[in-house]
Ligand binder design. Structure first.
Ligand code: CIR
Length: 254
């Protein structure tokens, strides 16, 4: 059974990072964020995952976004060094939780890498070079993964894209969910399920077997996923979105 590691929403989530300055309309409602996180956890369970929960840590406003702290491949957790300095302490508790299940590998300064920049397709790991993931981070991931038979492909991201998986995410059977007008489909050696550019936020979805957890606010994307033969679990995302987060970033599947 797939396990999904999640982490609670701290009170300090109200001051989570976001690229745009927070104004009156983008204040985070923490109780609502917690309710949406509960819906997310329920969707993981309905998709067949066993949910493993770590407590929130008030020192880290962004700690709910666990995906950025570890990349899982074949029994190994590559513990990251997140690109945002305020997030550097987040991996410690995640590494401790994963250590009883997986072998651990680590990245060293000056490498930075966020899990949200990593998309695995078969034996290939696509890694976005972004404001958070630098060339040393990609080289560090390559050094760990190449001996295990993985190919690493670096993808240059436009400055307005936070993470690679803001534009695309892996689906079952090797397909890729991709927002039109973001990255070239030819980048991936895979069948593509497209969402319109206007719904690009919904190109970030969590695939588990033939289930997919997707943003409830994007009915066209939900319809595209259903038409692709997937069992769709819509989850509300208004509060994580105010912190530049989405759905894959709230869990680590292992
Ligand atoms: C950040 O800026 O780091 C968080 N506020 C959002 C991280 C989202 N992570 C992800 O999409 N993998």
């Amino acid at each position: 059974m797939t396990r999904a590691l999640v982490r609670g929403v701290p009170d300090s989530f109200a001051s989570a990072l976001s690229a745009a300055p927070r104004d009156a309309s983008s204040q985070i409602d923490v109780p609502l964020a917690r309710a949406q996180h509960a819906a997310y956890r329920a969707a993981l369970e309905a998709s067949g995952a066993e949910v493993v929960s770590l407590p929130a840590d008030e020192r880290f406003p962004d700690c709910v976004f666990v995906e950025d702290t570890a990349v899982i491949v074949d029994g190994l957790a590559l513990i990251t060094r997140p690109g945002a300095p305020s997030r550097r302490g987040e991996p410690e508790a995640v590494a401790a939780a994963l250590s009883s299940h997986l072998e651990l590998a680590f990245l060293e300064d000056p490498a930075t890498l966020d899990g949200g920049d990593c998309l695995r397709l078969g034996r290939t790991l696509y890694i976005g070079r972004s404001g958070r993931t630098n060339a040393a981070g990609i080289a560090g991931a390559h050094a760990v993964l190449a001996p295990r038979g993985f190919r690493v492909i670096a993808v240059e991201l436009p400055p307005d894209v936070l993470h690679l998986k803001c534009a695309c995410s892996p689906l079952p059977d090797g397909r890729v969910l991709l927002a039109e007008g973001t990255l070239p489909a030819a980048l991936f050696d895979a069948a593509i399920v497209s969402v319109p550019f206007e719904d690009r936020y919904a190109a970030n979805a969590v695939a588990l077997g033939d289930h997919v957890i997707a943003a409830a606010e994007h009915p066209r994307a939900l319809a595209a996923l259903a038409a692709a033969g997937l069992r769709v679990h819509p989850v509300p995302t208004s509060e994580v979105r105010k912190a530049d987060g989405s759905l894959t970033c709230q869990s680590i599947l292992f």
